[in-house]
Design a protein around this ligand. Sequence first.
Ligand code: ACO
Length: 328
Amino acid sequence: NASTVILGTGAYAPARVLTNDELSRTVDTSDEWIRTRTGIRERRIAAPGEACSDMAVQAAQAALADAKVAPADIDLLIVATVTPDLPMPSAACVVQHKLGLRTDVACFDLNAACSGFLYSLDVGCAMLASGRYRHALVIGVERLSSVLDWSDRTTCVLFGDGAGAAVLGRSDQAGLGLLGTKLGSLGENTELLYMTHGSHGKGDAPEDVETNGHFIRMKGKEVFKLAVRVMDEAARDILEQQHVTADQIALVIPHQANMRIIEAISQYLELPMERFFVNVDRYGNTSAASIPIALDEARRSGRIKPGDLTLLVAFGAGLTYASALIRW
Ligand code: ACO
């Protein structure tokens, strides 16, 4: 009765810090507006020439070192991202080569937007549980700065770049690691948050590159309302599925999109904010990288102890949602 466990985590954020004050010099916004509406103070921006795959490699190397697993022992690589270096080939293939992984490794990207890391965790764990893979590397990475319209104040203030990674393996001990997940999608809401980068024709795309369709477009208020609803439901569903009550959760690691969304979930679940990990103030919304960066920071800062139950919960474009329960 073995378990699939997280053996190590790692994260990477580009050095360049972009503050709210700096942004307010280029678009009509202010530090006060951004802080009070979102909780964001600053975000990281990739250097020119610093690719999505480069950030992924940094996070992966940190996770491999933490897990004490050699690159040669990885036989499955999943990269969750909506901003791969290229639409084709996958970011996973680029990362495989840069990391020097073996050539008999299964490599693919997974797009579930901000829920991508939790989707990938579930897929990775299921593939490991099949017994056909021994160690999986799961990465969430985004270079959102390249798909932001820097003249649109309703989106450019919200997002940032970064990467987070986890190494998964098997443990003989039962009842550890990923206990369960709840994944889903409300596909009727695709028009609330989208970009057409890489789309193949004008016909069915809402916009195209000539009209800056490769930029992220979002109906913020609608996304906000749906996000609160689906995150609350996804959290409750996984607790019910695993026969766990909210007060048994030592730490919730929510997708870091907006402080007000996190505060709403805290109220709905009747769990104090001290039990929520928050770093949206320092990174903004890094989409698929948000949860693995937070997870790595939570582990390294001692906020996760052996035996603890951690609840991970996310929502993203799609509109996708995901929750996961982990026993350490
Ligand atoms: N600076 C100053 N004013 C602004 C800014 C800005 N950066 N952005 C918008 N405003 C203005 C608007 O134009 C509007 O002005 P008006 O009243 O004159 O029309 C006013 O501020 C209020 O705008 P709202 O959109 O109503 O503000 P709201 O309180 O809803 O906050 C926000 C907007 C922060 C975007 C919020 O709706 C939100 O966080 N939504 C969720 C977004 C999200 O999480 N997206 C990520 C999805 S995950 C993924 O997959 C990528």
